[in-house]
Design a protein around this ligand. Structure first.
Ligand code: MN
Length: 228
Protein backbone atom coordinates (compact mmCIF):
# COMPACT_ATOMS: atom_id res chain seq x y z
CA UNK A 1 0.00 0.00 0.00
CA UNK A 2 1.25 3.46 -0.75
CA UNK A 3 0.03 7.01 -0.27
CA UNK A 4 -1.85 8.74 -3.07
CA UNK A 5 0.70 11.53 -2.64
CA UNK A 6 3.66 12.13 -0.36
CA UNK A 7 2.31 12.79 3.15
CA UNK A 8 3.18 16.16 4.63
CA UNK A 9 6.08 16.20 7.01
CA UNK A 10 5.21 16.03 10.69
CA UNK A 11 4.82 19.52 12.16
CA UNK A 12 7.42 19.97 14.87
CA UNK A 13 8.95 22.47 17.26
CA UNK A 14 12.56 22.45 18.36
CA UNK A 15 13.44 21.85 22.00
CA UNK A 16 16.02 24.02 23.73
CA UNK A 17 19.20 22.13 24.61
CA UNK A 18 18.41 18.96 22.66
CA UNK A 19 18.46 17.66 19.10
CA UNK A 20 14.97 16.24 19.63
CA UNK A 21 11.88 17.61 17.94
CA UNK A 22 8.50 17.98 19.62
CA UNK A 23 5.75 16.68 17.29
CA UNK A 24 2.80 19.08 17.32
CA UNK A 25 -0.64 17.48 17.29
CA UNK A 26 -3.27 20.18 17.90
CA UNK A 27 -3.27 23.80 19.01
CA UNK A 28 -5.83 24.81 21.61
CA UNK A 29 -6.18 28.54 22.33
CA UNK A 30 -7.89 30.13 25.32
CA UNK A 31 -10.02 33.22 24.61
CA UNK A 32 -9.97 36.32 26.84
CA UNK A 33 -7.89 34.87 29.65
CA UNK A 34 -6.53 38.16 31.03
CA UNK A 35 -9.08 40.54 32.56
CA UNK A 36 -7.63 43.73 31.09
CA UNK A 37 -7.63 42.18 27.61
CA UNK A 38 -11.24 40.99 28.01
CA UNK A 39 -12.14 44.58 28.95
CA UNK A 40 -10.29 46.10 26.00
CA UNK A 41 -12.29 43.75 23.74
CA UNK A 42 -15.52 45.01 25.29
CA UNK A 43 -16.33 42.12 27.66
CA UNK A 44 -16.83 41.65 31.36
CA UNK A 45 -14.14 39.21 32.50
CA UNK A 46 -15.87 38.33 35.77
CA UNK A 47 -18.86 36.50 34.43
CA UNK A 48 -17.41 34.40 31.67
CA UNK A 49 -16.50 30.69 31.67
CA UNK A 50 -13.37 29.95 29.63
CA UNK A 51 -13.85 29.25 25.95
CA UNK A 52 -11.53 27.91 23.31
CA UNK A 53 -10.71 28.00 19.64
CA UNK A 54 -8.09 26.12 17.65
CA UNK A 55 -5.40 26.64 15.08
CA UNK A 56 -4.18 23.93 12.72
CA UNK A 57 -0.91 22.34 13.84
CA UNK A 58 0.91 23.67 10.79
CA UNK A 59 -0.07 27.25 11.67
CA UNK A 60 2.77 27.01 14.20
CA UNK A 61 5.98 28.35 12.66
CA UNK A 62 9.42 29.22 13.96
CA UNK A 63 10.71 32.73 14.58
CA UNK A 64 12.07 34.76 11.69
CA UNK A 65 10.25 36.11 8.67
CA UNK A 66 6.50 35.56 8.84
CA UNK A 67 4.32 36.50 5.86
CA UNK A 68 1.72 39.20 6.43
CA UNK A 69 -1.53 37.29 5.71
CA UNK A 70 -3.98 38.10 2.92
CA UNK A 71 -7.56 39.38 3.36
CA UNK A 72 -6.93 41.66 6.33
CA UNK A 73 -6.24 45.31 7.04
CA UNK A 74 -6.08 44.76 10.79
CA UNK A 75 -3.58 42.09 11.82
CA UNK A 76 -3.13 42.03 15.61
CA UNK A 77 -0.41 40.56 17.83
CA UNK A 78 -1.28 38.53 20.94
CA UNK A 79 1.69 37.40 23.01
CA UNK A 80 0.98 34.17 24.90
CA UNK A 81 2.55 31.58 27.17
CA UNK A 82 2.28 28.21 25.42
CA UNK A 83 1.98 24.91 27.29
CA UNK A 84 3.31 21.77 25.56
CA UNK A 85 1.57 18.53 26.58
CA UNK A 86 3.56 15.28 26.84
CA UNK A 87 0.94 13.00 28.33
CA UNK A 88 -2.69 12.91 27.29
CA UNK A 89 -5.80 12.12 29.25
CA UNK A 90 -9.47 12.80 29.76
CA UNK A 91 -11.13 14.30 32.81
CA UNK A 92 -7.74 15.32 34.18
CA UNK A 93 -7.99 16.78 37.68
CA UNK A 94 -6.52 20.19 38.46
CA UNK A 95 -4.33 18.51 41.07
CA UNK A 96 -2.62 16.23 38.52
CA UNK A 97 -2.87 18.55 35.49
CA UNK A 98 0.69 19.82 35.65
CA UNK A 99 2.05 16.24 35.45
CA UNK A 100 0.94 16.30 31.81
CA UNK A 101 3.21 19.22 30.88
CA UNK A 102 6.34 18.62 28.81
CA UNK A 103 7.45 22.23 28.78
CA UNK A 104 6.69 25.78 27.77
CA UNK A 105 7.16 28.14 24.86
CA UNK A 106 6.35 31.70 23.84
CA UNK A 107 3.85 32.13 21.04
CA UNK A 108 2.13 34.92 19.16
CA UNK A 109 -1.54 34.32 18.38
CA UNK A 110 -1.67 36.40 15.20
CA UNK A 111 -5.24 37.50 14.59
CA UNK A 112 -7.00 38.97 11.57
CA UNK A 113 -9.07 41.17 13.88
CA UNK A 114 -11.32 42.51 11.12
CA UNK A 115 -12.31 38.99 10.05
CA UNK A 116 -12.71 37.89 13.66
CA UNK A 117 -14.89 40.94 14.41
CA UNK A 118 -17.11 40.23 11.43
CA UNK A 119 -17.44 36.57 12.49
CA UNK A 120 -18.43 37.62 16.01
CA UNK A 121 -21.05 39.99 14.67
CA UNK A 122 -22.56 37.36 12.38
CA UNK A 123 -22.29 34.48 14.87
CA UNK A 124 -19.87 32.67 12.56
CA UNK A 125 -16.77 30.60 13.46
CA UNK A 126 -13.46 32.33 14.21
CA UNK A 127 -11.28 30.10 12.04
CA UNK A 128 -10.66 32.66 9.29
CA UNK A 129 -9.67 35.27 11.86
CA UNK A 130 -7.50 32.96 13.96
CA UNK A 131 -6.45 29.78 12.17
CA UNK A 132 -4.85 31.04 8.97
CA UNK A 133 -1.45 29.99 7.61
CA UNK A 134 1.53 30.98 9.80
CA UNK A 135 -0.81 32.39 12.48
CA UNK A 136 1.08 30.85 15.38
CA UNK A 137 4.77 31.85 15.43
CA UNK A 138 6.38 30.11 18.41
CA UNK A 139 9.74 29.97 20.16
CA UNK A 140 11.54 26.67 20.75
CA UNK A 141 10.03 24.67 23.62
CA UNK A 142 11.83 24.70 26.96
CA UNK A 143 11.59 21.46 28.91
CA UNK A 144 9.99 21.60 32.32
CA UNK A 145 13.21 20.24 33.89
CA UNK A 146 14.99 23.32 32.55
CA UNK A 147 12.56 26.13 33.29
CA UNK A 148 10.17 24.83 35.97
CA UNK A 149 6.56 25.96 36.01
CA UNK A 150 6.51 29.71 35.37
CA UNK A 151 5.37 31.39 38.57
CA UNK A 152 2.74 34.14 38.90
CA UNK A 153 5.28 36.96 39.05
CA UNK A 154 6.85 36.16 35.68
CA UNK A 155 6.55 38.92 33.11
CA UNK A 156 4.92 38.42 29.73
CA UNK A 157 5.60 41.15 27.18
CA UNK A 158 5.68 42.11 23.52
CA UNK A 159 7.25 45.06 21.75
CA UNK A 160 6.80 46.28 18.18
CA UNK A 161 9.81 47.97 16.59
CA UNK A 162 11.27 48.40 20.07
CA UNK A 163 8.18 50.01 21.58
CA UNK A 164 6.47 48.10 24.41
CA UNK A 165 2.88 47.16 23.53
CA UNK A 166 1.94 44.36 25.92
CA UNK A 167 3.29 43.99 29.45
CA UNK A 168 1.78 41.95 32.27
CA UNK A 169 2.54 39.19 34.74
CA UNK A 170 1.21 35.64 34.66
CA UNK A 171 -0.79 36.20 37.85
CA UNK A 172 -3.24 38.16 35.68
CA UNK A 173 -4.35 34.90 34.03
CA UNK A 174 -8.04 34.45 34.87
CA UNK A 175 -8.05 30.68 34.32
CA UNK A 176 -4.81 29.21 35.62
CA UNK A 177 -2.96 26.49 33.70
CA UNK A 178 -4.15 23.51 35.83
CA UNK A 179 -7.73 24.71 35.38
CA UNK A 180 -7.28 25.17 31.63
CA UNK A 181 -5.79 21.69 31.17
CA UNK A 182 -8.50 20.13 33.31
CA UNK A 183 -11.33 21.96 31.54
CA UNK A 184 -10.09 21.12 28.02
CA UNK A 185 -9.75 17.46 28.98
CA UNK A 186 -13.40 17.34 30.02
CA UNK A 187 -14.42 18.11 26.42
CA UNK A 188 -11.60 16.62 24.35
CA UNK A 189 -9.16 13.84 25.13
CA UNK A 190 -5.81 15.62 25.42
CA UNK A 191 -3.00 13.90 23.52
CA UNK A 192 0.80 14.08 23.59
CA UNK A 193 1.91 16.86 21.26
CA UNK A 194 -1.03 19.13 21.96
CA UNK A 195 -0.20 22.79 22.55
CA UNK A 196 -2.22 25.28 24.57
CA UNK A 197 -1.91 29.00 23.81
CA UNK A 198 -3.04 30.29 27.21
CA UNK A 199 -4.36 33.74 26.28
CA UNK A 200 -3.00 37.25 25.90
CA UNK A 201 -2.76 40.27 28.20
CA UNK A 202 -4.01 43.74 27.28
CA UNK A 203 -2.34 45.92 24.67
CA UNK A 204 -3.18 44.10 21.46
CA UNK A 205 -2.93 46.34 18.40
CA UNK A 206 -2.40 46.34 14.68
CA UNK A 207 0.91 45.64 12.96
CA UNK A 208 1.96 46.14 9.36
CA UNK A 209 4.40 44.65 6.89
CA UNK A 210 7.97 45.36 7.96
CA UNK A 211 7.21 45.49 11.69
CA UNK A 212 9.50 43.60 14.03
CA UNK A 213 7.66 41.89 16.88
CA UNK A 214 9.67 40.77 19.86
CA UNK A 215 8.08 39.07 22.83
CA UNK A 216 8.83 36.84 25.73
CA UNK A 217 7.89 35.20 28.96
CA UNK A 218 10.42 35.65 31.72
CA UNK A 219 12.18 32.37 32.45
CA UNK A 220 10.75 30.66 29.36
CA UNK A 221 12.18 32.42 26.35
CA UNK A 222 11.88 35.06 23.71
CA UNK A 223 10.65 35.19 20.15
CA UNK A 224 11.26 37.69 17.36
CA UNK A 225 9.44 37.83 14.06
CA UNK A 226 9.45 40.20 11.11
CA UNK A 227 6.27 40.58 9.08
CA UNK A 228 7.14 40.32 5.37
MN1 MN B 1 -5.12 34.71 21.84
Amino acid sequence: MSFVFEPCNEVTATVVGTEDLFPIRRVFCVGRNYAAHAREMGHDPDREAPFFFMKPADAVVAAGNVPYPPQTQDLHHEIELVVAIKEGGKDISEETAMDHVYGYAVGIDLTRRDLQGEAKKLGRPWDWGKGFDNSGPMSPIVRLETCGHPGPNRKIWLSVNGEMRQEATLNELIWKLPEVISIISQSMVLKPGDLIFSGTPAGVAAVVKGDVLKGGVEGVGELEITLV
